[in-house]
Design a protein around this ligand. Sequence first.
Ligand code: ZN
Length: 465
Amino acid sequence: MDQLFDNLIASGIHSMWNINQFIKRDQRWKCYKFLKRSQYFTLENIEKLQFERLKRLLLYAYQNVPYYRKIFNKLKLKPGDIKTLSDLSKLPILTKETIRKNFKDLITTDKNVNKIPYQTGGSTGKPLEFFVTKECKDWGHAAQWRAFDWWDIKKGDKIAKFGGLSPRFRTNKTSNKLKDKLLSNTIFLNAYNFSEGEISVFINEWKKLKPKVVYTNSASAEIFARYLKSRNINNIQADIMVTQGEKLLDSQRKLFKETFKCNIYDFYGAREISGIAAECKEHTGYHISSENIVLEFIKNDSICAPGELGNIIITDLHNYVFPLIRYGIEDLGIPSEESCSCGVNLPLMRSIEGRSNDMIILDNGQYLSPTNITTMLYCFPIDQYQIIQRSKNKIEMRVVKGKEYTEETEELIKLYFIRMVHDDWTIDHISDDESIDIEIIYVDDIPVTDSGKFRYIISEVPIDF
Ligand SMILES: [Zn+2]
């Protein structure tokens, strides 16, 4: 989910690096202009447009992509049998495993389509390889530009970035840093791995630049915010913070608001499919870019009712070189039926609950979402933690102790877990409980994943929907 930050530069919204950008921009600009209009279409017309694009994609995939032809034939279906959006569920979900196994058959045989190789960051396993076209990148970028407008971000705005955000920054190339400095009024901090010296330089740069916008993933911003808090530094502020790449927790939203005194907007995108959904100023939920994608919420093979948690399944309506039709992105989310007072008629999703393997699955079939757990743990004096579910009855919790952490804290954490597991807040002791074994392991530091992301919760128990 590092797309936004790469695209900020690549798209040229903050910079015009070379002449290619001008040429590239032209098509993107047209997409953007269209999306600026289509967001105000009626929901009915947005869905009509979406379905027309879907029909065209399905027909193309059937005619040109061996994998889909095989699937249609196996199911004795023709693209024309998909007569409504809900008929789409007649086709199987395209899992990452299916993509790996059928990689060659998923590429179009049409030689006229341009092919851009891409891969995911691999924060939770092997990177996934696929192809995109220039056209689908243009539409993705255009959806991001549209979201910048919702948030009042303009070309030339001063920017601060925290990360381990993207391979671009991890390469630490002087040319990239120079480009950022010269062209986009940007300061950058690798919040995962900084020295006292680096951070004081960064804080000074911040005071000098006075950035309007902060781009970050939530874990990086949390590390920086906690650093500022622990040293009583409270004049580091910005107007707008855009988070993406990881689940933004309610506790983090509160912390960022307090620390940076900014408006916070969460953005949902992925390398496979960019510009999926974004919050607007009203924070009614995330507006889905329905002109570019079909987004389904599926639980136990059925479509979720509004408010019900399900797997997010996405069809990219513009990827003709490597069609992702009903792609299981392995995130969970909640659909919403609400409409938004901002005037944009794009459908809403209520929340993104993070990756499906970030859920704790209990023996009784219930689950604990990252939101439940992190909200509960927020009140404890813990500097950093990571929860690993080894089995339905075994949770391991790595803890970096905070200053006020005592033996009693450990007992309390366990008690709160037991209460949550049983959904019974009157339980006052843990000694007889055999339903779940919670082991707390104390560590000095918890490393980030190879792609620079931090995972609070890792479940080794597969989710069964
Ligand atoms: Zn809105």
